[in-house]
Design a protein around this ligand. Structure first.
Ligand SMILES: Cc1ncc(COP(=O)(O)O)c(C=O)c1O
Length: 496
């Protein structure tokens, strides 16, 4: 059977129907009586006319074209695309969670509030912080929330600190959040080992410094082993240390940002704690803080008074509410389910396996690609396609070729400080067989670059759409179907 690639408009036949509705027993209403004439269309909508079975096959075929963690390996560095256990879905769908409304009286949602409170406590323990807010709906919003807390903290002490320091390997959201929070970003270059250059850091730290934002392990997959000294340098001038927890998959149960000297932390529940990801869908970026920053947390704070759970808005120094209602509740239920089904030992094993898998894959691929930081990595690692670039094939070409092998490509061209970067994060949930098969695909591509570069340069060969102009696709997306003139048809309801 050939691949199904039609648009639903293209399989449409005038007069074909998917469902027989009973005759309407509602009195007919004229649209012109209800809406001003200029808002009404001149011609009937050109809607596709298909049978129910055609409709079913159409959407099933479309869904099969998506690449997701449930149907293929997804080694997207820094994005931690790990399996979302289905028990999380079952629990989030329980009527007691899914049928409640955020405006219900507190006494009728005690179970939901208890779950939020317990999740706050679990995340505080996992991060080594004293209190947590669950409100922010993404890592980036967590960063902004954390920086607004830092700003409020300094202002309360009568200080206006204007600078946030960010290493050059940081995720782009770090400087963006700092800027949206009203700070100037200062970039700290990494040293030759891919770590924060403490000499450079000392040059830039001063009484204007509000915070240093750090990801540990960083986006090269390397642990900042001088973190205690880094913390001292920042604290000595009264600055705060911000932990971007997007890479927490590598440290669960091993250490905490609190122990490393961090004052503010965000977690990406949609990475580390297996809640769904991407597509602009709901995420969650809870923020944890040390004791002295608790007064600035967003309201409401979920508190426990004896055996009652309450939403407390009475925190006069709070930065205010950062998200409607109490965050993305369904996502929080999923993360809580994951944490409680794994338990402390399970979470520790997550990190051990994630680190083991990354090192296994790194060692398998190093003979074929440049490896700018060959030292022991944490849960992800970077390679460079600079060797292949010399042969006329770039990292983007190899990423496109991987699609032919059925894999989602790794993150490419990030972090920015690695030439022709490929950042690979296998995660703990993949089997050795999957890692071996992926390594084989990657090494096949490296061999092709030497023996048949055109095969790689012209990839992908097996996808529905080949190479697209990515800039044009993003800037000028085609979002509306326009029926080509030659297949124009006229029937009772459709006139084009
Ligand atoms: C290191 C790092 N920090 C922050 C973020 C931002 O998180 P989010 O996408 O949830 O806004 C990401 C996302 O990929 C990341 O990898």
């Amino acid at each position: 059977m050939t691949a199904y690639n039609d648009l639903i408009f293209e399989i449409s036949k005038p007069g074909r129907i998917g469902v027989n509705l009973p005759d309407s027993d509602v009195k007919e209403v004229l649209l012109t009586d209800k809406f001003p004439e200029h808002l009404l269309r001149d011609t009937p909508a050109d809607l596709p006319e298909v049978s129910e079975l055609q409709l079913m096959r159409h959407y099933t075929a479309l869904s099969n074209k998506n690449h997701g963690i449930d149907n293929g390996f997804y080694p997207l560095g820094s994005c931690t695309m790990k399996y979302n256990p289905k028990i999380n879905e079952d629990v989030a769908r329980l009527a007691g969670f899914s049928h409640i409304h955020p405006y219900q009286p507190e006494k009728t949602v005690q179970g939901a509030l208890q779950l939020l409170y317990d999740l706050q406590c679990d995340l505080a323990e996992i991060s080594g912080m004293d209190a947590v807010t669950l409100q922010p709906s993404a890592g980036a919003q967590g960063e902004w929330t954390g920086l607004m807390i830092a700003k409020a903290f300094h202002q309360q002490k009568g200080e206006t600190r204007t600078k946030v320091l960010v290493p050059d390997s940081a995720h782009g959201t770090n400087p963006a959040s700092a800027s949206v929070a009203g700070f100037t970003t200062v970039t700290i270059p990494s040293n030759q080992n891919g770590l924060v250059d403490i000499v450079e850091l000392k040059k830039h730290v001063d009484s204007d410094t509000a915070a240093l934002m750090l990801t540990n392990p960083n986006t090269l997959g390397l642990f900042e082993n001088e973190i205690v000294e880094i913390a001292e340098v920042v604290h000595d001038i009264g600055g705060l240390l911000y932990y971007d927890g997007a890479n927490a998959n590598a440290i669960l149960g091993k250490t905490t940002p609190g122990k490393m000297g961090f004052d503010i932390v965000h977690f990406n529940l949609h990475k580390t704690f297996t809640t769904p990801h991407g597509g602009g869908g709901p995420g969650a970026g809870p923020v944890g803080v040390k004791k002295e920053l608790i007064p600035y947390l967003p309201v409401p704070l979920i508190e426990k008074n004896e055996d009652q759970y309450t939403l407390n808005y009475d925190h006069p120094l709070s930065i205010g509410q950062v998200k409607g209602y109490y965050g993305n509740f369904g996502i929080l239920v999923r993360a809580f389910t994951y944490i409680r089904t794994m338990g402390p030992e399970g979470l520790r094993q997550v990190s051990e396996s994630a680190v083991l898998h990354a090192n296994y894959l790194q060692k398998k691929l190093e003979p074929y690609f440049d490896s700018p930081y060959p030292q022991f990595c944490k849960h992800e690692f970077v390679l460079s396609g600079s060797k292949q670039k010399k042969l006329g094939v770039r990292t983007i070409d190899m990423a496109k070729r991987l699609l032919d092998f059925g894999y989602h490509p790794p993150t490419i061209y990030f972090p920015l400080n690695v030439e022709e970067c490929l950042m690979i994060e296998p995660t703990e949930t993949e089997t050795k067989e999957t890692l071996d098969a992926f390594a084989e695909a990657m090494t096949n591509i490296a061999t092709e670059v030497e023996e048949n570069p055109m095969r790689v340069l012209e990839a992908p060969h097996t996808t529905v759409i080949g190479r697209i102009n990515e800039t044009k696709a993003a800037r000028k997306p085609v979002l509306r179907y326009i029926r080509p003139k030659e297949v124009v048809y006229v029937n009772e309801t459709t006139e084009v």
